[in-house]
Design a protein around this ligand. Structure first.
Ligand code: PLP
Length: 405
């Protein structure tokens, strides 16, 4: 049995979400059909929508169901950009933090290549936290040209929580709508859409114990969004495509359960994570915790380290062969390992950034998982360092990804 320490990538489905999914899988009926089976499926969807809205501090009519977090991020970035430019062509600047997930960064860069957008990469500090002073400077100078701001609620690599409320009040002064990718935040920290003042917010099913391939963009009523998918006109015409009633019901069950258990889970996982961090620091010389030092500014289940003189990939494979599953957090393009754009944006040296490893806990994590990791990690780091010595010179010539540096 392997030890799973990669819950931020995807977390096992909750039993109640599995149950709801399987119960609904055997039912027939397109929620758009008018007959009895269709109406039953529609009821399932609308009840799920109400539960989702309730758990996220939103209204049911604000929940636009999508095929996952990536699609919701694409809809937010592209949909808000196009809608805002309709009668104001000068609004072409997309402000995104330099540590966004690729599901936000890539559509933004795509819009720059294909739709006349200009990208403003908002800087972060050395803990990965957005620099509000830079946002203020940009908006004060060119706020009239801003189409939207997109800054994630919590970073998926280093776990940094972003100052969403402060960002919203700042952007509001300039009349610029704000989107936040809350994929990693829901179920871990309090997330209330209405209280946040956000215009749009992304949520994903498989990060909270629901199925993959289902998610939502919570979009404030009255927010103009140009559709990205065209077809049957579902979801108020904003997102066409037949609704997947079983997945939606299961997704809502997982969101409700994970939000309901949030306080207890976060306390338990926070303590486990603190133990993991303390023991890694005590047993692995040269391990550097990245992201916020203050635990209250970081996701409770996240621990992210760099191990100097190591390739994160080598370390990952060594740990995997010892039954420990985790992640480097960095993008691998065309088989070439690249240092993480998040770490580079935080000012981490390229060589150090190559030795990154993320351990993320979740609802199935136990103290035994942390013990198992600590049993093998010191030896694995030593072996990866020896291997790193051999390849270091070659690797250091590989350039960093130019898109976000
Ligand atoms: N945003 C963040 C912060 C993520 O961590 C992920 C998943 O890795 C996504 C978006 C993409 O979500 P999905 O896998 O549902 O498309």
């Amino acid at each position: 049995m392997s030890v799973y320490l990669d819950h931020a990538a995807t977390t096992p489905m909750l039993p109640e979400a599995v149950q709801v999914l399987t119960e609904n899988l055997v039912r027939t009926g397109n929620p758009s059909s008018l007959h009895a089976s269709g109406r039953a499926a529609r009821r399932t969807v609308e009840e799920a929508r109400e539960h989702l809205a309730d758990a996220l501090g939103a209204r049911p009519s604000e929940v636009v169901l999508t095929g996952g977090g990536t699609e919701a991020d694409n809809l937010a970035v592209k949909g808000m950009f196009w809608a805002r430019r309709l009668d104001h062509p000068e609004r072409r600047r997309i402000l995104v933090s330099a540590v966004e997930h690729h599901a936000v960064l890539d559509p933004a860069f795509w819009m720059a290549e294909h739709a006349g957008a200009e990208i403003v990469l908002l800087p972060v500090d050395d803990e990965g936290v957005l620099r509000l002073d830079a946002v203020e400077e940009e908006l004060a100078a060119r706020g009239d040209q801003a189409a939207l701001v997109s800054v994630m609620w919590a970073n998926n690599e280093v776990g940094a929580l972003q100052p969403v409320t402060e960002l919203v009040s700042l952007a509001r002064r300039y009349g610029v709508p704000v989107h936040a990718d809350a994929v990693q935040a829901v179920g871990q920290v309090p997330v209330d859409f209405a209280a946040s003042g956000l215009d749009a917010m992304t949520v994903s099913g498989h990060k909270v114990g629901g199925p993959g391939g289902i998610g939502a963009l919570v979009a404030r009523r009255g927010l103009a969004l140009t559709p990205v998918l065209h077809g049957g006109g579902q979801e108020r015409g904003v997102r066409s495509g037949s609704l997947d009633a079983p997945a939606i019901a299961s997704f809502a069950t997982a969101v409700v359960a994970s939000v309901g258990a949030r306080d207890a889970t976060s306390r338990r996982l926070g303590a486990l994570r603190d133990d993991l961090v303390a023991r890694v620091r005590a047993t692995v010389p040269g391990a550097v915790l990245r992201g916020p030092a203050d635990a209250s500014h970081r996701l409770p289940a996240n621990a992210h380290f760099t191990f100097d003189g190591c390739e994160g990939d080598s370390l990952l494979y060594l740990l995997d062969s010892a039954g420990i599953e985790c992640s480097t957090g960095s993008a691998c393009q065309a088989g070439v390992p690249r240092p993480s754009h998040v770490l580079l944006a935080m000012g981490v040296d390229e060589d150090d950034a190559r030795g990154a490893l993320r351990f993320s806990l979740g609802h199935t994590s136990t103290a035994a998982d942390v013990d198992a990791l600590l049993e093998v990690l010191p030896g694995a780091v030593e072996r990866a360092r020896n291997a790193g010595l051999a390849t270091h010179t070659d690797r250091s010539r590989v350039p960093a990804s130019g898109r976000v540096a």
